[in-house]
Each structure stands twice: as C-alpha cells, then as structure tokens.
Design a protein around this ligand. Structure first.
Ligand SMILES: CC(C)(COP(=O)(O)OP(=O)(O)OC[C@H]1O[C@@H](n2cnc3c(N)ncnc32)[C@H](O)[C@@H]1OP(=O)(O)O)[C@@H](O)C(=O)NCCC(=O)NCCS
Length: 170
C-alpha cells in the first residue's frame, strides 16, 4: 500500500466515494454529483500548497493506476474547532475488509507525527459506523465522547476520538 497526493484524474473515484448511497450511508447519504469537480480541484490545489493533505490509497505499488479510496488530514480554519486537526477516510466496497483503511490512516498519522504541525488529531465517525470506530480503537485513538457534527453540511451523531500521533500510535 502507498499513499499519493490527490490529482484531477481522481474525479471518478470521488464520484464513487461521495455520490454512492452505500458509501455515504454513515455520512448522511449521497452528495449531489454537481460540485464534485470543484471539490477535486480545491483538494488538488490545497494539497499541492500543503494547506491540507488529501492522500489517495494505492493498494499495490506495482499497479499505481488502481485506487482504493482516500485518507484526508485537515485543520479547521474557523468556527468552534478553529485550529483543530481532523482526519477522515473512505475505502471503496471492493477493497474493504483487507485492513487498507487502517494502514492508510496509520501511514498518514505517521506523516503528521514527523511533520510536527498538527498536534492532536480528531476523528468523528458516526456512532453506528462499526468499521470506523473499530479502526479508531485499533490505531490508538482515545474515545472522548459523543457529539453532533456536520459532514458536507448535514447533521451527524458521532463518536469523538482523539490521538496524539507523537505518542499514541499503535
Ligand atoms: C470505514 C471504512 C473506511 C473501512 O475500510 P476498510 O478498509 O474495510 O477497513 P479495515 O479493513 O482497515 O478495517 C478497520 C476495522 O474495521 C473492521 N471492519 C471492517 N469492515 C467491517 C464491517 N463491515 N463490519 C464490522 N467491522 C468491520 C475491521 O475488522 C477493523 O477492525 P479491527 O482493527 O478491530 O480488526 C470503509 O468501510 C468505508 O469507506 N465505508 C464507507 C465510508 C465511511 O463510512 N467512511 C468513514 C467515515 S468516518
């Protein structure tokens, strides 16, 4: 498995991840197709500028054109969480259940640890998102509690997990 920066050619993967009812079942339902090009362009620009990191998961280095999903690390620019770092992840159905999300999250948190600017990293999986909550526990996050969050503007009841990548990574 390797991580690489998002590119404009990742549009189809974005559509599969964000506009599919099954992929978005724990994230408030599928997003409209309109706006996905703009989202990819913003993510490419901000990742290139090192503002935040959108990393695509490549399961096999020998097949760099095959992409399984993404793992994303960003810092909130405004609101109550301004300055707080958050991580999120998605793996397409045919690649799920192989430990890819776990390895990708670990790899990005190792990069965050080595980079040093991110501080504690937070994650907010839906309370019923069994795989994501298991992943948090396995990687070394601590459960802080529950809270109401928003994903792409929609309300979501979430677990709040926190990790210090410098000391807590398992
Ligand atoms: C959540 C998601 C990223 C997991 O990806 P994955 O590559 O299948 O996850 P992994 O194989 O690394 O497994 C992570 C943990 O979840 C568990 N798990 C995976 N699929 C599961 C399932 N269907 N039911 C229950 N547990 C599951 C694994 O056993 C593992 O737990 P462990 O460390 O205790 O063994 C993927 O299912 C997904 O993208 N779902 C839709 C989008 C989404 O919900 N994104 C997350 C938003 S917070």
């Amino acid at each position: 498995m390797l991580l690489r920066d998002v590119e404009t050619g990742d549009l189809d993967t974005y559509v599969r991840m964000r506009c599919d009812p099954a992929m978005m079942a724990e994230l408030g339902g599928p997003l409209p197709r309109d706006g996905i090009e703009a989202k990819v362009e913003t993510d490419v620009r901000k990742t290139r500028a090192d503002v935040y990191w959108v990393s695509m998961i490549v399961p096999d280095e020998a097949e760099p054109e095959t992409v399984a999903g993404s793992v994303v690390l960003w810092s909130h620019e405004d609101g109550d969480d301004a300055g707080a770092s958050e991580i999120g992840w998605m793996v397409l159905p045919e690649f799920q259940g192989r430990g890819l999300a776990k390895r990708a999250v670990r790899a990005l948190l190792e990069r965050a640890r080595d980079d040093g600017r991110w501080g504690d990293v937070h994650a907010f999986p839906g309370v019923t998102n069994v795989a994501s909550n298991a992943l948090c526990r396995s990687v070394g996050f601590t459960l802080v509690g529950q809270r109401d969050a928003t994903f792409a503007g929609r309300p979501l009841r979430t677990n709040h997990w926190r990790i210090d990548p410098g000391t807590d990574l398992v």
